[in-house]
Design a protein around this ligand. Structure first.
Ligand code: DHE
Length: 689
């Protein structure tokens, strides 16, 4: 009977709906139930009319992803807005992109549930909708009559009078799903591994939305599991489709995020001391390099899922040594002299590696947090003292604090909490995480970007036990950034505000805030000279296929300073990093988080002489994601990581080396386990990008 196909359609609708999944709360105020659904395959009409559409849409969690007028809480913005679907159904049906079997709008609406990918709506709140987002089993939740009622309801959404869309109400306490201790422990670990970076440990939201029970309970397990499994066009990864989470795990996580988040423990300086280890005391370390390699041309390469870095010789492409560091190393920074590499892992472990020893060796390590992303060193040398290699600063996600440690031993010296009030609404925030940290080249200062409160803290390190901290109001949520070519201005992405904040490190003020396309993500950005606008700094974006250039020379090019002077279309969104070198004629860009497998591994170059379009784009591998570019010391080679999977032998990852002048591939450094970031010693010390 028709039930099966109706079920399928329901899935589609549900998927569509799912995306929007109703946030909402009970007590629907449905519009007048539609009286006629029309045409063909709609038996059991009378039964359908008796059904309450609001309850049906809420059962499927449709409002989590869709705006559905009249359905309380259906205010989701992941899938298409269904406010005019009663009119648009016909338009979509006749469009060139339609590949389904429906003969009329009613069949189209039904099919949108049973075969959601038969038509991919063009607009999901400003970004293209994606195939495969809507659950293909949604229709199983409904009887034929119920599907008919939903279709009938949608067919009446033509922009006329409907009940107002309501914000979701907080559901009654006690309605959260229950998990066994084992399930809870497993979900906590998955959340830490996959979710906390974007949503926060306490789930107050940052790069991703807040996931507190008042937001998640109304959406329900089905809708949440679908989002977790299928991802969204605005950057939520498709964990299920990537094979990272099974359907059961997606459901487990959907339940977990409806429960109050557990508060993780704090960490005192005394506890950090317990973790602290010096393997090679300073006095036993060499006073000059113990090998003849050009260590300033070494690359520290993150082997993410191996918990290691590979130190690779930039002249010979040989892996000189692989060093155990910490879980999912995020970045490496070099000491001011370049001799030491500091790595920070997501487990909050910092490792100190000495490049002068016969083989690069871990000489000390410490754990200062349970979750972290940034580390930087002291670089100032001048009238106020010589701070080269004196201190390092470790920025933590949890606990929300930063820690100043001895630069040569990692001994913890001072811990400072970042808990404070949001710059704009002056609300207390319990989890303001430390995002990018950079060292000023002018003053004994670190620039500490506090994500959730939207403040840039200028931390003076001349007297670390009595530090002076200047707090600047900037924007939420600060993430990553880099210096302009003069090293005076630091440009940092406030990625969810679609803005870049410009810090003037000399005058210690925010010089400008620049509007950008969706979700700027520069890494450290790229500095180059535009033929028309002079010195500029570039970023690409996660939310849009766009590389922009912002003028950075207020003195000689005041008319273009702190303005977006170029907006160059890319192969797609999902770009994480850009890179260039003063000697290069190109700007390189990746698309590592694009949802399309071919685009994920596509890199593009833009000619500085014609910065209006990409000069060339190509796939750097036939598996994995192409991510993060870095130059060698001379600026003649570009290294690109192929980020594979640790559990797929032969496809775990490699580095592709290109001749920067000809764009020809000149080498592959094979068999690396999930390489991501690469940090050339000379370029990192001197902030060349
Ligand atoms: Fe990163 C930089 C945070 C996901 C690879 N990443 C940064 C910085 C921050 C940050 C705050 C800037 C550090 C600095 O300059 O002091 N990254 C986060 C996250 O919170 C996020 C979104 C989610 C998470 O849970 O970690 C995240 N980052 C990723 C990845 O998925 C990447 C590709 C692989 C990985 O390690 O998980 C990744 N992030 C990098 C790299 C840099 C980085 C390679 C340094 C770029 C540079 O050239 O400086």
């Amino acid at each position: 009977m028709v039930v099966k196909s109706l079920k399928i359609s329901a899935i589609l609708i549900a998927g569509v709906l799912l995306l929007a999944a109703c946030t909402s709360a009970p007590q629907p105020v449905p519009p007048e139930p539609p009286t006629q659904v029309s045409a063909s395959p709609m038996p059991e009409q009378t039964a359908a009319e008796e059904l309450d559409p609001a309850a049906l849409f809420q059962r499927g969690g449709c409002g989590a992803c869709h705006i559905i007028p009249g359905i309380p809480g259906a205010v989701g913005k992941i899938g298409p807005d269904l406010s005019l679907i009663g009119i648009l159904a016909e338009e979509h049906l006749r469009s060139a992109g339609y590949q389904g079997k429906a003969a009329n709008p009613i069949e189209f609406l039904l099919e949108s549930i049973t075969d959601p990918d038969a038509f991919i709506a063009p607009d999901c709140h400003g970004v293209p909708c994606q195939a495969g987002m809507m659950s293909s089993t949604l229709a199983d939740l409904y009887s034929t009559a119920e599907l008919e009622a939903m279709v009938a309801y949608m067919s009446e959404l033509t922009g006329g009078e409907t009940a107002a869309v309501e914000e979701p109400a907080v559901p009654a306490a006690g309605s959260a799903p229950e998990l066994s201790d084992d399930e809870f422990a497993k979900a906590s670990q998955i959340f830490f591994d996959r979710c906390a970076g974007c949503h926060g440990v306490l789930r107050h939201g940052a790069t991703g939305p807040a996931l507190t029970p008042d937001k998640t309970l109304p959406k329900g397990t089905l809708a949440l599991a679908s989002i977790i499994f299928n991802g969204t066009p605005r950057g939520m990864p498709d964990w299920g489709k990537q094979g990272v989470l099974s359907q059961e795990e997606a459901e487990l996580m959907a339940k977990f995020i409806q429960i109050e988040p557990p508060a993780p423990p704090e960490m005192s300086l005394a506890q950090m001391r317990e973790f602290w280890q010096v393997f090679v005391p300073v006095e036993e370390r060499p006073t000059e390099p113990q090998h003849s390699r050009d260590w300033e041309n070494f690359f520290a390469v993150t082997l993410r899922d191996a918990g290691q870095i590979a130190v690779i010789d930039g002249d010979t492409h040989e892996v000189v040594e692989t060093v155990d560091t910490g879980y999912a190393v995020h970045i490496s920074r070099m000491s001011a002299t370049g001799r030491y590499v500091y790595t920070i892992g997501r487990d909050g472990k910092t490792a100190l590696v000495d490049l002068w020893m016969e083989k690069p060796t871990k000489v000390a390590e410490i754990k200062t947090c349970y979750d972290a992303r940034s580390v930087e060193v002291s670089k100032y040398q001048g009238d106020l003292g010589d701070f080269n290699d004196r201190y390092a600063i470790i920025g933590c996600y949890w606990p929300p604090h930063f820690v100043i440690v001895d630069g040569l031993t990692l001994e913890p010296l001072k811990v400072i909490s970042t808990r404070s009030y949001t710059y704009d609404t002056d609300e207390y925030h319990p989890e303001p995480r430390v995002a990018a940290v950079v060292a000023s080249h002018f003053k004994p200062q670190w620039v500490v970007n506090v994500k959730e409160t939207g403040q840039i803290w200028l931390v003076d390190y001349t007297d670390i036990h009595n530090p002076t901290i200047k707090m600047l109001e900037a924007e939420r949520f600060l993430h990553d950034g880099g210096w302009d070519a003069s090293l005076r201005y630091f440009l940092v992405a406030a990625n969810n505000a679609n803005r870049v904040v410009v810090l003037d490190a000399l005058e210690e003020r925010v010089a400008a805030i620049v509007d950008t396309p969706a979700i700027p993500h520069p890494g450290r950005g790229a500095n180059w000279i535009d033929p028309e606008f002079g010195p500029v700094w570039s970023t690409s974006h996660l939310g849009e296929g766009a590389l922009i250039a912002i003028g950075t020379d207020p003195e000689n090019h005041p008319e273009s300073a702190w303005k977006v002077v170029r907006n160059i279309p890319l192969a797609g969104g999902g770009s994480l990093f850009v890179k260039t070198h003063p000697e290069s004629q190109w700007i390189w860009v990746d698309h590592a988080l694009n949802s399309d497998a071919a685009i994920q591994r596509t890199i593009c170059v833009i000619a500085k002489s014609n910065p209006t379009e990409t000069y060339k784009c190509w796939e750097a591998a036939d598996y994995g994601r192409a991510v993060h570019m870095e130059y060698n010391r001379q600026g003649t080679e570009v290294w690109v990581s192929i980020w594979g999977r640790a559990d797929e032998p032969g496809r775990t990852g490699e580095i592709v080396v290109y001749d920067d002048r000809t764009l020809e591939e000149i080498a592959r450094i094979p068999n690396l386990v999930t390489p991501t970031g690469k940090f050339n010693v000379y370029n990192t010390v001197n902030d060349i990008y």
